[in-house]
Ligand binder design. Structure first.
Ligand code: HEC
Length: 318
């Protein structure tokens, strides 16, 4: 088999799909986020730690900000190429902050930058120029941010609909995203700047997204919250790769299939949907216990992930 030809075919395909071309060309990605992480960085270290969130909603903002928090982590909020690649707001603004190692071929210049008028993501905004700028820390000093708090709705609407070709977001989702960003502030940063990426952290996101789904004011918002929970389950699933983790993946996929069925019940306005969602949430903590037992051998472990990342180097490279 002519590996070189196959690889350049994969490259061209990756380029037109808008996924991490450089990474794809070298073999299967252990995690999708490898495709938008600077390959010159310590990829395993970057993907097993994350910035801690500086989030302190006021009591009045808590419910909408929780909707926004989940939407921020949901790829299908963004449309087109970004959603297909698995990108969400949080891919660039990790933990509501920045991402110094973000590197997306065709969208980034130096690591940590992105061109938010890139025609790759947008059929509206593409200006045909390559003008990537640093991804700002949304939890940084207010004085250093460009968008005034009262303009966040309009700015984020433009991002979702024009820049990322997303569908018109439900009003509660848009307000929620703006309230989430308003609830990020430097005074709320925890003492430790980073924390490990973990099953419990991702399941906490699932728990909160599904709580937001239960109390969502309308169907479109409820469906987006469920999609957000499913996306977080997917991020756990990809770290339990390989035959050794068949039982864990089975449990995850059964939970995901039930969520998909609940989304179907929401769509067809079946009254039992809410009850099923509440019952589903009850089963999250046993799932967490089951997954937590094997977490240390999975791709949540930096050493294991490092081996998997190195394993995709071209044959004969070592
Ligand atoms: C591909 C990476 C990327 C994604 C995905 C992304 N952003 Fe950004 N974001 C940026 C960059 C780069 C800027 C700086 C733009 C500028 O300076 O013109 C930015 C700026 C912002 C700002 C303005 C910060 C300021 O200076 O006041 C907000 C708010 C924001 N993003 C929120 C979001 C939300 C909400 C989403 C999801 C709907 C999102 N971003 C998705 C890269 C990204």
């Amino acid at each position: 088999m002519d590996r070189r030809r196959r690889r350049s075919g994969a490259l061209a395909l990756a380029a037109c799909l808008g996924v991490g071309a450089a990474a794809l060309a070298e073999g299967p990605l252990p995690l999708r986020a490898v495709g938008w992480t600077n390959p010159k960085a310590d990829v395993a270290a970057v993907l097993t730690t994350e910035p801690t969130e500086c989030y302190a909603p006021t009591d009045a903002l808590r419910a909408p900000a929780e909707i926004g928090r989940a939407a921020f982590r949901t790829p299908v909020l963004l449309g087109g190429q970004a959603a297909r690649a698995g990108l969400s707001c949080e891919s660039c603004h990790r933990g509501g902050r920045g991402n110094p190692e973000f590197l997306f071929p065709g969208v980034s210049g130096a690591p940590g930058t992105a061109d938010v008028t890139s025609s790759l993501f947008s059929s509206h905004r593409g200006n045909g120029r390559d003008d990537p700028v640093p991804i700002p820390d949304l939890s940084g000093e207010r004085a250093r941010l460009k968008v005034a708090p009262q303009s966040l709705e309009a700015f984020i609407h433009g991002l979702v609909v024009e820049e990322f070709d997303g569908r018109e977001p439900a009003p509660a989702v848009l307000t929620g995203l703006a309230d989430y960003v308003r609830s990020l502030q430097p005074q709320a940063c925890p003492p430790s700047a980073t924390r490990p990426v973990s099953v419990s952290g991702l399941l906490d996101d699932v728990d909160r997204a599904t709580a937001a789904a239960v109390s969502a004011p309308d169907e479109a918002t409820r469906l987006l919250m469920i999609a957000g929970a499913r996306a977080r389950l997917g991020l756990i699933d990809e770290r339990f790769a390989g035959p050794a983790f068949a039982a864990e993946r089975h449990a995850l996929r059964a939970a995901d299939a039930e969520l998909a069925a609940i989304a179907g019940a929401v769509r067809s306005r079946r009254p039992e949907a809410r009850q099923r969602l509440a019952a589903w949430r009850e089963r999250l903590s046993p799932l967490g216990l089951q997954l937590g037992r094997r977490e240390g051998q999975s791709l949540f472990d930096p050493k294991t992930l490092r081996t998997a990342v190195e394993g995709r180097l071209p044959e004969g490279a070592s």
